[in-house]
Design a protein around this ligand. Sequence first.
Ligand SMILES: Nc1ncnc2c1ncn2[C@@H]1O[C@H](COP(=O)(O)OP(=O)(O)O)[C@@H](O)[C@H]1O
Ligand SMILES: [Mg+2]
Length: 369
Amino acid sequence: MTQIELRGIEKHFGAVQVIKDLNLTIADNEFIVLLGQSGCGKTTTLRAIAGLETIDEGDILIDSQPVQHIKAAHRDIAFVFQSFSLYPHMTVFENIAFPLRATRGNRADIEREVQAVAKTLQITHLLVKKPSALSGGDMQRVAIGRALVRRPKAMLMDEPIGALDAKLREEMRAEIKRLHIKQGSTTIYVTHDQVEAMSLADRIVVMHEGVLQQVGSPHEVYARPANMFVAQFVGSPVMNMSDVTVSEDAGHARVVVRGAPTSFDFPSNLTAQLAVAGAQNGNLTLGVRPEGVLVSREAREGFVPVEAHIIEPLGSHDIIDLKVGDQMLRARTKSGFVPRPGEAVWARIDPAQAHFFDSSTGTSFGIRL
Ligand SMILES: Nc1ncnc2c1ncn2[C@@H]1O[C@H](COP(=O)(O)OP(=O)(O)O)[C@@H](O)[C@H]1O
Ligand SMILES: [Mg+2]
């Protein structure tokens, strides 16, 4: 049972504030992913939890006990770094056994625990080898093994697979997930890769410039982004954003993209919802993911004519750019849907997949259609 709580954490390096009022409760057995750009404060947060970094303000509690006065070595938290940092002169067995040497003297116990961890990670055949003989993926398995063997209260992982190539990253991702399901330890995992975050996390914590932006399940963060930063950081290709004005016309709401002669049809309750949320024309941004832009080869009710431009064929589907006035709207279509660049097609924005943001603060108005 390990619950970790961060209360009002603040951290400066000199004059630069790198963590701002960070509050977060991580449940027992939860797999939390800290997601954000390089430099946003992820590593500093992890190091603070591990006790490798001091904090200026706030409290870190492990199982409801404040831990600031407890040294890293006594917090019983394992840390897996991006660099594998294995002892090169030791075998894999000795590397994994190393953390046990200090605490568990009995040879037979150490042997049994190392074997058990090696079996879980499927590296039994590597136990006699030296790190120099291992591939990148195997080195990282050993580093994870060395962290796991202590049966720590919690596992902290800082971009543990960032240095591996794409194929291996995918494999290791699945393995880390499987391992977590099997071991069930409270885990905080840091990455700048949104796909990694989506595939691993119970909950994702999105950070930007030291400020927590949103905490939620992968689905929540993807489907209900709290602000424009989260909306554009999660999901690929990136969410379309356009300044729009909304007006009411003959029982419909009309959404006009700035610089476009065309308007998109929306359900009439959009205007009322925007009014309740305090949204005003001139300060309104529409966000829609490429899959929320519906396209048709024929004219259809509610669809407007647009021109299909650059086409990215991706095999399973295509990404196309639609010219709407002087703006581009990126859409996702079945592969081969648009045969030639410059083709005339019809488009509509799926109201259920539309997001409306305050253009100046970036905050979502939380409109649901
Ligand atoms: N020991 C340090 N001294 C001074 N600045 C640091 C130190 N460690 C990190 N920083 C700065 O703090 C910010 C956050 O860094 P970090 O937590 O490593 O970000 P991330 O892991 O998200 O890339 C960065 O601007 C970084 O340059
Ligand atoms: Mg980092």
